[in-house]
Design a protein around this ligand. Structure first.
Ligand SMILES: [Zn+2]
Length: 275
Protein backbone atom coordinates (compact mmCIF):
# COMPACT_ATOMS: atom_id res chain seq x y z
CA UNK A 1 0.00 0.00 0.00
CA UNK A 2 1.34 3.46 -0.86
CA UNK A 3 2.08 6.07 1.81
CA UNK A 4 -0.78 8.28 0.63
CA UNK A 5 -3.29 5.41 0.64
CA UNK A 6 -2.09 4.54 4.14
CA UNK A 7 -2.66 8.07 5.40
CA UNK A 8 -6.15 8.14 3.91
CA UNK A 9 -6.88 4.80 5.55
CA UNK A 10 -5.48 6.06 8.87
CA UNK A 11 -7.62 9.20 8.65
CA UNK A 12 -10.79 7.22 7.99
CA UNK A 13 -9.99 4.81 10.81
CA UNK A 14 -9.52 7.83 13.06
CA UNK A 15 -13.05 8.95 12.25
CA UNK A 16 -14.30 5.55 13.44
CA UNK A 17 -12.19 5.56 16.60
CA UNK A 18 -12.63 9.19 17.61
CA UNK A 19 -15.85 9.08 19.64
CA UNK A 20 -14.42 6.80 22.32
CA UNK A 21 -10.90 8.17 22.30
CA UNK A 22 -9.55 9.50 25.60
CA UNK A 23 -5.85 10.05 24.98
CA UNK A 24 -5.97 13.85 24.79
CA UNK A 25 -9.62 14.55 25.50
CA UNK A 26 -9.48 13.48 29.09
CA UNK A 27 -5.93 14.02 30.38
CA UNK A 28 -5.10 12.06 33.48
CA UNK A 29 -3.54 13.65 36.49
CA UNK A 30 -0.42 11.67 37.31
CA UNK A 31 0.78 13.09 40.61
CA UNK A 32 0.54 16.60 39.24
CA UNK A 33 1.88 15.68 35.83
CA UNK A 34 -0.41 15.90 32.87
CA UNK A 35 2.21 14.67 30.47
CA UNK A 36 1.58 11.77 28.15
CA UNK A 37 3.35 8.57 29.16
CA UNK A 38 4.91 6.43 26.46
CA UNK A 39 6.28 2.98 27.29
CA UNK A 40 8.97 1.61 24.96
CA UNK A 41 9.55 -2.13 25.14
CA UNK A 42 12.93 -3.39 23.88
CA UNK A 43 12.22 -7.01 22.89
CA UNK A 44 13.97 -9.92 24.69
CA UNK A 45 16.94 -9.52 27.09
CA UNK A 46 19.07 -11.54 29.54
CA UNK A 47 19.07 -15.26 28.70
CA UNK A 48 16.56 -14.58 25.91
CA UNK A 49 18.70 -13.26 23.05
CA UNK A 50 15.83 -13.22 20.57
CA UNK A 51 16.80 -13.90 16.96
CA UNK A 52 20.50 -14.10 16.12
CA UNK A 53 22.02 -12.95 12.83
CA UNK A 54 24.45 -15.02 10.71
CA UNK A 55 27.30 -12.84 12.03
CA UNK A 56 26.23 -13.34 15.68
CA UNK A 57 24.39 -10.03 16.26
CA UNK A 58 21.65 -10.58 18.84
CA UNK A 59 18.15 -9.13 18.60
CA UNK A 60 18.16 -8.12 22.30
CA UNK A 61 21.16 -5.81 21.69
CA UNK A 62 19.58 -4.09 18.68
CA UNK A 63 16.18 -3.61 20.32
CA UNK A 64 17.72 -2.04 23.47
CA UNK A 65 19.89 0.36 21.44
CA UNK A 66 16.96 1.49 19.26
CA UNK A 67 14.65 1.78 22.29
CA UNK A 68 17.12 4.00 24.19
CA UNK A 69 17.63 6.28 21.17
CA UNK A 70 13.89 6.36 20.61
CA UNK A 71 13.27 7.31 24.26
CA UNK A 72 15.65 10.29 24.02
CA UNK A 73 14.15 11.44 20.72
CA UNK A 74 10.58 11.24 22.03
CA UNK A 75 11.48 13.24 25.14
CA UNK A 76 13.01 15.93 22.94
CA UNK A 77 10.15 16.05 20.46
CA UNK A 78 7.06 15.94 22.65
CA UNK A 79 8.19 16.38 26.25
CA UNK A 80 6.39 13.16 27.08
CA UNK A 81 7.34 10.95 29.99
CA UNK A 82 9.08 7.91 28.48
CA UNK A 83 9.59 4.64 30.34
CA UNK A 84 11.45 1.52 29.18
CA UNK A 85 10.40 -1.99 30.19
CA UNK A 86 14.12 -2.74 30.56
CA UNK A 87 17.10 -0.40 30.69
CA UNK A 88 19.84 -3.05 30.41
CA UNK A 89 20.46 -6.65 29.41
CA UNK A 90 17.97 -8.24 31.78
CA UNK A 91 15.18 -10.72 31.18
CA UNK A 92 11.60 -9.44 31.51
CA UNK A 93 8.65 -11.82 30.94
CA UNK A 94 6.19 -10.81 28.23
CA UNK A 95 3.25 -10.39 30.62
CA UNK A 96 5.35 -8.21 32.96
CA UNK A 97 6.09 -5.81 30.10
CA UNK A 98 2.42 -5.12 29.47
CA UNK A 99 1.66 -5.05 33.21
CA UNK A 100 4.38 -2.38 33.59
CA UNK A 101 2.70 -0.21 30.93
CA UNK A 102 -0.74 -0.68 32.53
CA UNK A 103 0.58 0.08 36.01
CA UNK A 104 2.20 3.29 34.77
CA UNK A 105 -1.02 4.29 32.98
CA UNK A 106 0.83 4.59 29.70
CA UNK A 107 -0.88 6.33 26.79
CA UNK A 108 1.07 4.33 24.20
CA UNK A 109 2.99 1.03 24.23
CA UNK A 110 5.58 0.37 21.54
CA UNK A 111 7.44 -2.94 21.41
CA UNK A 112 10.62 -3.06 19.31
CA UNK A 113 11.81 -6.29 17.64
CA UNK A 114 13.92 -7.55 14.78
CA UNK A 115 12.49 -10.22 12.52
CA UNK A 116 13.75 -13.69 11.60
CA UNK A 117 13.08 -16.00 8.67
CA UNK A 118 14.44 -19.41 7.66
CA UNK A 119 15.34 -17.98 4.22
CA UNK A 120 18.27 -15.58 4.55
CA UNK A 121 17.12 -13.44 1.60
CA UNK A 122 13.92 -12.27 3.32
CA UNK A 123 14.17 -8.55 4.13
CA UNK A 124 11.86 -5.69 5.12
CA UNK A 125 9.91 -4.16 7.98
CA UNK A 126 6.38 -4.51 9.33
CA UNK A 127 4.23 -3.17 12.17
CA UNK A 128 1.71 -5.27 14.09
CA UNK A 129 -1.27 -4.73 16.32
CA UNK A 130 -3.09 -7.47 18.24
CA UNK A 131 -5.92 -9.65 16.94
CA UNK A 132 -7.04 -13.29 17.24
CA UNK A 133 -6.48 -14.14 13.62
CA UNK A 134 -3.21 -13.45 11.94
CA UNK A 135 -3.28 -11.48 8.67
CA UNK A 136 -1.42 -14.28 6.89
CA UNK A 137 0.84 -17.26 7.48
CA UNK A 138 3.91 -15.04 7.85
CA UNK A 139 2.20 -12.88 10.50
CA UNK A 140 1.14 -16.00 12.42
CA UNK A 141 4.71 -17.30 12.31
CA UNK A 142 6.13 -13.98 13.64
CA UNK A 143 3.66 -13.96 16.57
CA UNK A 144 4.45 -17.61 17.36
CA UNK A 145 8.16 -16.86 17.32
CA UNK A 146 7.85 -13.81 19.58
CA UNK A 147 5.40 -15.54 21.94
CA UNK A 148 7.60 -18.59 22.45
CA UNK A 149 10.90 -16.78 22.63
CA UNK A 150 11.26 -17.22 26.37
CA UNK A 151 10.32 -20.15 28.56
CA UNK A 152 8.99 -18.01 31.44
CA UNK A 153 7.11 -15.28 29.63
CA UNK A 154 5.90 -17.38 26.70
CA UNK A 155 2.34 -18.50 26.18
CA UNK A 156 1.22 -22.08 26.87
CA UNK A 157 -1.57 -23.63 24.73
CA UNK A 158 -3.99 -23.34 27.72
CA UNK A 159 -3.12 -19.66 28.15
CA UNK A 160 -3.55 -19.15 24.43
CA UNK A 161 -7.19 -20.30 24.73
CA UNK A 162 -7.82 -17.77 27.53
CA UNK A 163 -6.11 -15.09 25.50
CA UNK A 164 -8.55 -15.65 22.64
CA UNK A 165 -11.40 -14.46 24.90
CA UNK A 166 -9.39 -11.42 25.97
CA UNK A 167 -8.62 -10.54 22.35
CA UNK A 168 -12.28 -10.91 21.37
CA UNK A 169 -13.07 -8.21 23.96
CA UNK A 170 -10.11 -6.15 22.91
CA UNK A 171 -11.08 -6.13 19.25
CA UNK A 172 -14.26 -4.30 20.03
CA UNK A 173 -12.55 -1.55 22.03
CA UNK A 174 -11.52 1.90 20.92
CA UNK A 175 -7.90 1.29 21.88
CA UNK A 176 -7.66 -1.45 19.26
CA UNK A 177 -8.80 1.01 16.57
CA UNK A 178 -6.19 3.38 17.92
CA UNK A 179 -3.54 0.65 17.80
CA UNK A 180 -4.29 0.10 14.13
CA UNK A 181 -3.96 3.84 13.42
CA UNK A 182 -0.70 4.05 15.39
CA UNK A 183 0.61 1.04 13.45
CA UNK A 184 -0.29 2.71 10.13
CA UNK A 185 1.37 5.97 11.19
CA UNK A 186 4.61 4.22 12.22
CA UNK A 187 4.76 1.91 9.19
CA UNK A 188 4.15 4.87 6.83
CA UNK A 189 6.90 6.84 8.52
CA UNK A 190 9.31 3.88 8.34
CA UNK A 191 8.92 3.87 4.55
CA UNK A 192 11.23 6.89 4.48
CA UNK A 193 14.21 5.26 6.20
CA UNK A 194 13.87 1.50 6.60
CA UNK A 195 15.34 -0.65 3.84
CA UNK A 196 13.89 -3.71 2.18
CA UNK A 197 10.30 -4.65 1.44
CA UNK A 198 7.40 -2.68 2.94
CA UNK A 199 5.64 -5.69 4.48
CA UNK A 200 2.82 -3.48 5.72
CA UNK A 201 0.63 -3.31 8.81
CA UNK A 202 -0.48 -6.71 10.03
CA UNK A 203 -2.46 -8.27 12.83
CA UNK A 204 -1.53 -11.30 14.92
CA UNK A 205 -2.04 -12.66 18.46
CA UNK A 206 1.03 -11.23 20.20
CA UNK A 207 1.16 -12.05 23.92
CA UNK A 208 2.98 -8.80 24.71
CA UNK A 209 0.25 -6.66 23.14
CA UNK A 210 -3.03 -8.27 24.05
CA UNK A 211 -3.47 -7.20 27.65
CA UNK A 212 -2.33 -3.62 27.09
CA UNK A 213 -4.92 -1.05 28.24
CA UNK A 214 -3.65 1.52 25.73
CA UNK A 215 -2.91 1.66 21.99
CA UNK A 216 -0.14 -0.92 21.56
CA UNK A 217 1.98 -1.94 18.57
CA UNK A 218 4.94 -4.19 17.85
CA UNK A 219 7.44 -2.97 15.25
CA UNK A 220 9.67 -5.48 13.44
CA UNK A 221 12.32 -3.04 12.26
CA UNK A 222 14.21 -5.41 9.94
CA UNK A 223 15.38 -9.00 9.40
CA UNK A 224 18.43 -9.81 11.50
CA UNK A 225 18.67 -13.18 9.72
CA UNK A 226 19.40 -11.39 6.43
CA UNK A 227 23.19 -10.76 6.20
CA UNK A 228 22.63 -7.26 4.75
CA UNK A 229 19.87 -6.59 7.27
CA UNK A 230 22.13 -7.67 10.12
CA UNK A 231 24.85 -5.29 8.93
CA UNK A 232 22.36 -2.42 8.78
CA UNK A 233 20.95 -3.19 12.23
CA UNK A 234 24.50 -3.15 13.62
CA UNK A 235 24.95 0.48 12.48
CA UNK A 236 24.40 3.34 14.93
CA UNK A 237 23.30 5.60 12.06
CA UNK A 238 20.67 3.13 10.86
CA UNK A 239 19.39 2.59 14.40
CA UNK A 240 19.01 6.37 14.75
CA UNK A 241 17.19 6.58 11.41
CA UNK A 242 14.78 3.85 12.45
CA UNK A 243 14.17 5.50 15.83
CA UNK A 244 13.65 8.85 14.07
CA UNK A 245 11.01 7.32 11.81
CA UNK A 246 9.17 5.75 14.72
CA UNK A 247 9.15 9.16 16.46
CA UNK A 248 7.69 10.78 13.33
CA UNK A 249 4.97 8.11 13.33
CA UNK A 250 4.15 8.82 17.00
CA UNK A 251 4.12 12.58 16.37
CA UNK A 252 1.79 12.08 13.37
CA UNK A 253 -0.52 9.93 15.50
CA UNK A 254 -0.58 12.51 18.32
CA UNK A 255 -1.27 15.34 15.88
CA UNK A 256 -4.33 13.53 14.53
CA UNK A 257 -5.72 13.27 18.02
CA UNK A 258 -4.78 16.84 18.99
CA UNK A 259 -6.93 18.02 16.11
CA UNK A 260 -9.69 15.82 17.42
CA UNK A 261 -9.33 17.42 20.86
CA UNK A 262 -9.45 20.93 19.35
CA UNK A 263 -12.57 19.95 17.43
CA UNK A 264 -14.30 18.59 20.53
CA UNK A 265 -13.22 21.76 22.42
CA UNK A 266 -14.74 23.86 19.64
CA UNK A 267 -18.01 21.91 19.83
CA UNK A 268 -18.09 22.28 23.63
CA UNK A 269 -17.41 26.05 23.50
CA UNK A 270 -20.34 26.39 21.05
CA UNK A 271 -22.47 24.48 23.51
CA UNK A 272 -21.50 26.85 26.37
CA UNK A 273 -22.12 30.04 24.38
CA UNK A 274 -25.59 28.85 23.47
CA UNK A 275 -26.46 28.23 27.12
ZN1 LIG B 1 11.62 -10.49 18.94
Amino acid sequence: MSGIKRLILAASMLALAAPAFGFFVDPKDRAGENRDVIVIDPGHGGHDSGAVGPGGLEEKTVTLAIAKTLAEMIKERCGCKVLLTREDDTFVALRDRTAFANRNKADLFISIHTNAAPKKGVDGFETFFASIDATDEDARRVAELENSSDSHGGVTPAEAEDLKDIIRDLESTASNHESSILAEAIQTSLLKTAKGEDRGVKQAPFAVLISADMPAVLVEVGFITNPKGEKRLDSKKVREEIAGSIVEGIVGFRKMFSKEKDFIGYLNSGEESRN
